[in-house]
Design a protein around this ligand. Structure first.
Ligand code: 15L
Length: 274
């Protein structure tokens, strides 16, 4: 059964803006929710102003939708109380509202920073060049911790209420890879859309925690769980390699920024925007 109405929280944010044009389909309405009022609506889009901290507003936003893509939240580190209120309580409001409104599927924007302290040098399984999906959390920031907490709430809501919840451990989702780390961690916006469509189409996925990256030549995070959902990556950050290496040099695998999943988040002062 096709998703006729998709609620996107955080639609005015970085990923929301990138994905809005890519998730438009004939016969589908995108309900765009954000704390700020969205403009330049096109046909097939509707908007709601809702703060994820407000359970009533989130409840209203969930009425009549077939699925939720939950992107709304703080996307970098912040003081603990802010992270707790926006990312953790906010996600709880979304999951609660989805169940109450009879929505059967929620896609959560988790992050590599939920597992940011895994290292390429020590944590790759013997004989494998990739970190597997669903690693137990090793957050690198309050932000990364909140992403692990969001995943765990998704698990709770799946087991309690049968809600399908897919938590995407997103790499670096911008129009182009950021820095030389992005050559490994990039999720091309088109691939983000490919993966989200796979998440929407998969029959009864249950609860899953899935790496979300493009099939980059320098990727070291598995695509197994994403592919099992039907994801086909159509981009590779390698086409930016020459330019990034000219600017930043060849990535040194001994440099913690390239050795650690979370890169510079692991050494940034805790609780401050990065
Ligand atoms: C994230 O989770 C952030 O939201 C984003 O701004 C990037 O820093 C990204 O991770 C990354 O690791 O590149």
């Amino acid at each position: 059964n096709p998703v006729r109405r998709l609620l996107i929280t955080g639609a005015a944010g970085n990923m929301g803006r990138l994905l809005r044009p890519l998730l438009r389909r004939d016969g589908r309405v995108l309900r765009l929710a954000d704390v700020v009022e969205l403009d330049h609506l096109v046909s097939g889009e509707e908007r709601v102003v809702a703060d994820v901290r407000d359970p009533v507003a989130v409840g209203t936003a969930c009425q009549g939708v077939d699925a939720v893509l939950h992107l709304g939240g703080l996307s970098s580190d912040a003081p603990f109380d802010d992270i707790l209120a926006v990312n953790v309580a906010g996600t709880h409001n979304v999951l609660r509202a989805a169940v109450d409104a009879g929505v059967s599927r929620v896609i959560l924007a988790s992050s590599n920073h939920a597992v940011g302290f895994y290292r390429r040098s020590t944590d790759l399984p013997p004989g494998a060049g990739e970190l597997p999906d669903g690693l137990s959390p090793r957050p690198d920031t309050f932000y990364g911790w909140s992403k692990a907490a969001m995943e765990s709430l998704g698990s709770l809501y799946h087991d309690r209420y049968g809600l399908d919840v897919i938590a995407l451990r997103i790499g670096t989702c911008f129009a182009e890879p950021v820095g030389s780390r992005g050559l490994a961690t990039w999720l091309a916006p088109t691939d983000a859309a490919n993966l989200i469509e796979a998440c929407l189409a998969a029959p009864r996925p249950g609860f899953r925690v899935v790496w979300a990256v493009s099939d980059n030549t320098r990727r070291w995070w598995s695509l197994e769980a994403a592919r099992a959902l039907g994801y086909v990556s159509t981009d590779d950050a390698e086409r930016f390699a020459a330019a990034r290496i000219a600017e930043f040099g060849e990535p040194d695998p001994a440099d913690p920024v390239h050795d650690l999943v979370g890169g510079s988040f692991c050494s940034a002062p805790l609780g401050q925007p990065i």
